[in-house]
Design a binder for this molecule. Structure first.
Ligand code: TXE
Length: 498
């Protein structure tokens, strides 16, 4: 039965005045649920609820906040299989990856829960006697979390886990392609027992709901993952309000294959990196830069392996790649395939929409690879679909120059058994993440995640010890227990030498 959801505001599911929209399974076309397009007034109500809750939540001791995160992690664990199936049905990634999406939430909530007992500040010596100086982290206030469809549980998990343990309440606005995942996510937080109004979720358009959250005067930080152009707008809006903003805006990530690479290992990584989640990961390997000495061998292997990939129902455990997530994603992917064909790139494998039988109900595109020139559009632009661009490099320097020639800088990888290349690549590749002998995907929650260049500003990082920076500010505290007025920089001269 198709369930009609409302908005989650102030601890309750509520009806909305807004027009409803459907969320569909991209493999079958089936309607899964309906959701409202929240109105401006409802945005205001959600922020009001978040603001009222913030006043209490920020005073809840951080270890207690952490306990609630741990409780939520336990519930996510219990419901993992059901939630994974919803991820797969709504977004289209294969079921093993659906499970991975939910596992990432569990991992991050457990990690963030521990942060509730750390959240270290510093004690710093004073230049005056009987005076102590320290720093403490304080939550910025109610925050907005705006999320895409490609990791419909994991990304809300990363953002909310950090916000919650930091002491922020939030309003989540998920992509309109995956509201059901967000609703199921919020149901878990509700069951875990977060106080009323700490967790709020609004569905609807980016222009009314997303923008409405960012522009609201009581929203004190925004964490956004999505496309570059939307991200640029979010950045400008946040700058005008002088609020914190975390942005993660995609990539054109490269795997470099040096001539001494273990080819089997490389090809395993290339297939996972390029075609996992049908290429719709911000960290997807969308370029393969191959040393000229092994180029022909790698291309032959790539074609052979790509032809063997089984594309189909993502709930089927034997399927390697599901559909792309939406008609727009299919259109964009096929358009890029058209660009490759028109601009004279050499089609190596794939290149068509899959047709006939069950394929006609969904958005299935063949795993595709082109041999491209370094100036080709397919070598430079983010496609966000199962399309790999293969480039030939003369040597290490040339490979790095190609890798760095794009406007993005999220993830990167090098396959080599030579320590010199791997350590040089660590420094030379312009990217927030470098993998050695592993594909460009596979981030772990206990490490910082983010990029450079147009992937987003380098001052914030999700996950890892840096996750709290998005949602907290530093307060510096001076405690003078001398019982008299002491003047920094003025009285200090007298103190030199005792
Ligand atoms: O992204 P959008 P879309 C890239 C990828 C993809 C393209 C478009 O190339 O093909 O972006 O995807 C909300 N103010 N990535 O259309 O529009 C929107 O409702 C505030 C890479 O899904 O950027 C959604 O919740 N919010 C990426 C979120 O922003 C606004 C993952 C992302 O939507 C808004 C996804 C506005 N004016 C797409 N307009 C990655 N980094 O992994 C929209 N939104």
């Amino acid at each position: 039965m198709v369930q009609d959801f409302g908005l989650f505001i102030g601890g309750k599911w509520r009806k909305s005045e807004g027009k409803r929209f459907e969320t569909r399974n991209p493999a079958t076309g089936d309607v899964l649920a309906t959701f409202p397009n929240a109105t401006k007034a409802e945005v205001n109500e959600a922020v009001k609820a978040a603001k009222a809750a913030f006043e209490k939540w920020k005073k809840t001791p951080a270890p207690r906040r952490g306990e609630l995160l741990l409780q939520a992690a336990r519930i996510f664990k219990r419901k993992k299989e059901d939630l994974a199936r919803i991820v797969t049905m709504e977004m289209g990634k294969i079921i093993a990856e659906g499970r991975g999406d939910v596992q990432e939430v569990i991992d991050f909530y457990e990690y963030a829960a521990g942060e509730g007992r750390r959240m270290f500040g510093e004690t710093v010596p004073s230049e005056l006697p009987n005076k102590m100086c320290l720093t403490v982290r304080l939550p910025v206030g109610p925050v907005g979390l705006i999320t895409p469809w490609n990791f419909p549980m994991a990304i809300p998990g990363w953002k909310s886990g950090a916000a919650l343990v930091a002491g922020c309440s939030f309003v989540l606005k998920p992509s309109s392609l995956t509201p059901l995942c967000a609703a199921k996510f919020v149901e878990v937080l509700d069951e875990a027992g977060f106080p009323t109004g700490v967790v709020n979720m609004l569905t609807g358009s980016g222009s009314v709901v997303g923008d409405g959250i960012i522009q609201h005067p009581d929203i004190r930080a925004v964490s956004f993952t999505g496309g570059v152009e939307t991200g640029r707008y979010v950045y400008e809006s946040a700058a005008k309000k002088m609020i914190k903003v975390g942005l993660e805006l995609g990539g054109k990530n490269a795997i470099i294959a040096m001539d001494d690479a273990n080819i089997d290992l490389l090809m395993d990584g290339v297939m996972f990196g390029a075609f996992g989640t049908a290429g719709q990961r911000c960290t997807a390997a969308s370029r393969l830069i191959v040393h000229r000495k092994i180029y022909d061998q790698v291309v032959d292997e790539l074609v052979e392996r790509a032809e063997k990939l089984k594309v189909g129902d993502p709930l089927d455990e034997k399927v390697d790649m599901g559909p792309v997530a939406s008609p727009d994603q299919e259109k964009k992917t096929l358009e890029y395939i058209g660009v490759g064909k028109k601009e004279g790139d050499k089609l190596l494998v794939g290149g068509e929409r899959l047709k006939g039988g069950a394929y006609d109900n969904g958005f299935f595109v063949q795993p595709t690879a082109f041999a491209v020139d370094r100036k080709a559009r397919l070598a430079l632009e983010e496609i966000f679909g199962p399309v790999l661009s293969v480039l030939k490099a003369k040597d290490y320097e040339d490979a790095v120059a190609i890798a760095n020639s794009v406007k993005y800088g999220l993830s990167s990888s090098i396959y080599t058994n030579d320590l010199r290349w791997s350590f040089r690549a660590m420094h030379d590749l312009e990217a927030g993440i470098t993998y050695v002998n592993a594909p460009t995907i596979g981030a772990e929650v206990q490490l910082p995640f983010g990029g450079t260049k147009e992937t987003g500003p380098t001052d914030t990082r999700e996950a890892g010890t840096t996750a709290l920076d998005e949602f907290t500010y530093w307060k510096t505290v001076y405690v003078d227990y001398s019982g008299r007025l002491q003047k920094a920089q003025i009285d200090t001269e007298k103190l030199v030498g005792g």
